[in-house]
Design a binder for this molecule. Structure first.
Ligand code: F6R
Length: 610
């Protein structure tokens, strides 16, 4: 969703805000704006653009506002189209109070009506604009008090950064169900939606808790609840570095991130899997006794993370023989799920901020379940609100479409499966030895897939002209078919569906003809013969077939298919190398079609609204 950055410090604010907005653009990119309090503190420069951050930057470079306090915003529109007027920051009738916001003010219509009746003049269609007017109305010389009073009137979700000409040394942040962090530098402070925005400037991050506010002055930040009770600040040291959040010579972040897949698997396994197959997690929090008591597992997630969760079901049920249910978080949260203290709920989320998934784990905890989140972002809301966390250690992911974090989620789910299986004595020593050795070789297999990128690119060039695609997989590769289809559709805007191969004949096969290619995952598996029959059925309908096959496999010999070879690994571990091939295919098709791969239309990296 929207990206927020605020700066107060000794350096000129504008270049820092511009640079941070570029880093935040993956959160939303339909319009952008900044407000900088000028040196004299009597005037605020507001510059906005109805398109991407680059246009805003061009405008700022023509006439760069100078000042040491400012805020910037990149928008993913909810209320009101992406126009200059609707772009943030928003202000009050006096033009002195500046507000940027991520989230939704649900009662904005009634607040606006009341404010208008009292004479306030609104210019935008946004929900956010009520906030500066409410602050204006409550201001009696104390900006923090006015903000507190304004926030008390809001229903909904928000992360905000606020400043006013009334107090040139004060930057305020507040959050309720939307992420916000404070970066602490040398005589400078940053308020940001996430740490990616501020890693070039500082690694010291103050975590703002749910329902808290921060007032930053040259004396430093002070945290309090929205009601005004002082809160002890939680400060962490972030390990990500700047290079990880740069393209490093690649045309797109997505290409770079797919190419990091091998390293990603190594990082997810590092220090957690001994040669004997013992698994240890740093912040896991559950004891062996608690793990033994688990009767069932429920996994909640959204989008790509939901497909990772589906894979988790195959992995955990196979290894640990505990029943696992997987549900989109958006459904789970409103369904009165049947869970109790013997249920383990796993929240799967790259960002740790997805509104539905966060709400789902909150509901699970309320019902007494133990919750473990598997996420990439240290200090994210889900990490803070779970009993334990498994971090992906994947480094920042900037491309809007998840790639390396999907791979990292699967790697972590193998580890978790082993951990639960070991406690329950469900995994025979021989299988554990083999699996451990094979997992440690997985980065090599992924590296091999990445080496075959030119062949995948060539094939993608041929297939980029089609409008429709069907992906089919079986068993543990069924979720990979779903993910392959999602990756293609979200970045290339082509229609793609994923199916369990055995299901094709129950309806979707009616779609197939020579203009509707099928991508079949036909790597070594116990159901490979069935998959070969499914491919025959597809070919009999004249549909072109691309098939992922294990290196050296002869199963498709004599059939007219475009085969892509991937290294031969066990069926159980094949999802990781297979998905990397599918990610590359989707990437090359989208790039061939000239799509904006890193920032697909209508999407945002972190979905903090329902
Ligand atoms: C697709 C994609 C999304 C996310 C989904 C959940 O490539 O990235 O489908 O997977 O929005 O996000 P997280 O994992 O942050 O909860």
């Amino acid at each position: 969703m929207c990206g927020i950055i605020g700066y107060l410090g000794e350096r000129p604010a504008t270049p820092i805000i511009m640079e941070s907005l570029k880093r935040l653009e993956y959160r939303g990119y339909d319009s952008a704006g900044v407000a900088i309090l000028n040196e004299d503190a009597h005037h605020t420069s507001v510059v906005k653009s109805a398109s991407k951050v680059d246009t805003l930057i061009e405008r700022l470079q023509e006439d760069m506002p100078t000042g040491h306090l400012g805020i910037g915003h990149t928008r993913w529109a909810t209320h009101g189209r992406p126009t200059v007027i609707n772009a943030h920051p928003h202000t009050d009738c006096t033009g002195k109070v500046m507000v940027i916001h991520n989230g939704i003010i649900e009662n904005f219509a009634e607040l606006r009506r009341d404010l208008e009746q009292r004479g306030h003049v609104f210019v935008s269609e946004t929900d956010t604009e009520v906030v500066p007017h409410l602050i204006e109305e409550n201001f009696r010389g104390d900006l923090v008090g006015a903000v507190r009073a304004a926030l008390a009137k809001l229903r909904g979700t928000y992360a905000m950064a606020i400043f006013s000409q009334h107090d040139p040394d004060l930057l305020i942040g507040a959050r309720l169900n939307a992420p916000l962090v404070v970066g602490i530098g040398e005589k400078e402070w940053f308020i940001a939606s996430d740490i990616t925005a501020i890693i070039p400037y500082t690694k010291k991050v103050l975590l703002i808790g749910e329902g808290e506010m921060v007032s930053v002055t040259p004396l430093g930040p002070e945290v309090s609840t929205l009601a005004g009770t002082a809160v002890k600040p939680k400060i962490i040291e972030v390990k990500w570095d700047v290079a990880q959040a740069q393209k490093g010579g690649y045309v797109h972040f997505m290409a770079k991130e797919i190419n990091e897949a091998s390293e990603t698997v190594s990082n997810a396994l590092r220090g957690r899997l001994s040669d004997e197959g013992e698994v240890t997690f740093e912040d896991f929090a559950l004891t062996d006794r608690q793990l033994l008591k688990i009767r069932d597992i429920k996994m909640v997630a959204a989008g790509t993370s939901y497909y990772a969760a589906l894979l988790g079901k195959y992995i955990i049920e196979d290894l640990a023989r505990v029943p696992v249910e997987v549900e989109p978080a958006s459904e789970f949260r409103y369904r009165q799920p049947i869970i109790d203290e013997n249920t383990l709920v796993l929240g799967i989320s790259q960002s740790g901020e997805t509104a539905d998934t966060l709400a789902a784990i909150r509901e699970a905890r309320r019902l007494g379940a133990k919750v473990i989140s598997i996420t990439n972002v240290v200090g994210s809301s889900m990490a803070l609100e779970s009993d334990g966390v498994i971090y992906l250690h994947a480094g920042p992911e900037i491309g809007v479409a998840s790639t390396k974090t999907f791979v990292a989620h699967i790697a972590c789910l193998y580890l978790l499966g082993i951990r639960i299986a070991a406690v329950r004595h469900r995994i025979p020593p021989e299988r554990l030895r083999e699996l451990t050795a094979a997992l440690k070789q997985l980065p090599g297999a992924v590296h091999d897939v990445l080496e075959s990128a030119p062949a995948i690119q060539e094939l993608a060039r041929t297939y980029a002209r089609y409008q429709n695609f069907m992906y089919m997989g079986r068993g543990i590769n069924y979720p990979i078919a779903l993910e392959g289809a999602l990756k293609l559709k979200e970045i290339s805007y082509l229609h793609a569906e994923g199916y369990a191969a055995g299901e094709l004949k129950h309806g979707p096969i009616a779609l197939l003809d020579k203009g509707f290619p099928v991508f079949a995952i036909a790597t070594a598996s116990q159901t490979l013969e069935k998959m070969v029959s499914n491919i025959q059925e597809v070919l009999a309908r004249d549909a072109p077939v691309v098939a992922l096959v294990s290196r050296g496999s002869q199963v498709l010999q004599g059939m007219t298919v475009d085969a892509l070879e991937v290294p031969a690994v066990s069926e159980f571990l094949s999802p990781i190398p297979n998905v990397v091939a599918l990610q590359l295919f989707a990437y090359f098709v989208a790039a061939e079609r000239g799509c904006n791969v890193d920032q697909p239309r209508n999407l945002a990296k972190s979905v903090t609204v329902e």
